[in-house]
Design a protein around this ligand. Structure first.
Ligand SMILES: [Fe+2]
Ligand SMILES: [Fe+2]
Length: 190
C-alpha cells in the first residue's frame, strides 16, 4: 500500500512537494520509533498529510461542496485551509485508508487540536521540522524537544505559528488558539 501511494505521489507532485512529503513521512516514522508509536502508520500519515494541498483552490471548494464537507467563511476566503480536512476525506475515499488515527492526524496537521493523540502530535510536528523545511526561529530547540519532550515541541510550534500568522495578518483558526492554550496549561501543570 505504502509503495503504491509513494509512486502515485511521486508521479503527481513537483519534486519540491514530493521532497517535503517524503521528509514528513520519514520524520514521522523516526518520531514514532522514539515514542513507541506505530511507525508504519506514522509513515503513511506523513505520506498522505498534504495529499489535497496540491489541488487547485476552486477544485478544493468544489470537492468539499460535492462531498458535503462544511466550509466556513475563513476557509472560503482562504481555500488552502481546506487541505487538511479534504486531505483526510480523500485519504479515506481515494486511498482507502481506514485507520481513524491516520485520518485524524491528517485532518489536524495544520491547526492541531487540544489533547492530541500520539500520531496526531507526530504528524503535526513532522510537518514543521522535516529536514527540508526552511530554518525558523527556535528550530533547533523544537527539533530537540520533538524527541525529548513532545508536548513542549507542540507548544513551541504553536507559539511560532500564532506569532507568524499574527504578523502576516492572516486568519487564525480558533482551534489553533484552543490548542495553544491546552499545551500551555499542560506544560505549566507538569
Ligand atoms: Fe499541510
Ligand atoms: Fe506539509
Amino acid at each position: 500500500m505504502i509503495r503504491k501511494i509513494s509512486e502515485e505521489l511521486e508521479t503527481n507532485l513537483t519534486a519540491k512537494r514530493y521532497l517535503h512529503t517524503q521528509g514528513v513521512a520519514y520524520t514521522a516514522s523516526a518520531l514514532a520509533m522514539c515514542h513507541n508509536g506505530d511507525l508504519n502508520l506514522a509513515y503513511l500519515a506523513g505520506l498522505l498529510h498534504d495529499n489535497a494541498k496540491w489541488i487547485e483552490h476552486t477544485k478544493k471548494i468544489e470537492l468539499c461542496v460535492i462531498h458535503n464537507i462544511p466550509i466556513n467563511e475563513n476557509q472560503r476566503n482562504n481555500p488552502d485551509l481546506l487541505h487538511a480536512k479534504l486531505g483526510s476525506f480523500l485519504a479515506k475515499e481515494k486511498y482507502d485508508i481506514q485507520f481513524p488515527d491516520v485520518l485524524s492526524a491528517i485532518e489536524f496537521h495544520t491547526t492541531g487540536k487540544p489533547d492530541m493523540n500520539l500520531l496526531e502530535k507526530i504528524v503535526f510536528i513532522a510537518d514543521y521540522i522535516e529536514p527540508n523545511r526552511k530554518p525558523v526561529f527556535n528550530m533547533d530547540e523544537i527539533r530537540h524537544a520533538a524527541f525529548h519532550n513532545i508536548d513542549f515541541s507542540v507548544l513551541l510550534i504553536l507559539e511560532n505559528t500564532v506569532k507568524d500568522l499574527k504578523e502576516k495578518n492572516n486568519i487564525i483558526d480558533p482551534i489553533t488558539f484552543d490548542t495553544l492554550n491546552f499545551y500551555k496549561q499542560k506544560m505549566e501543570n507538569r
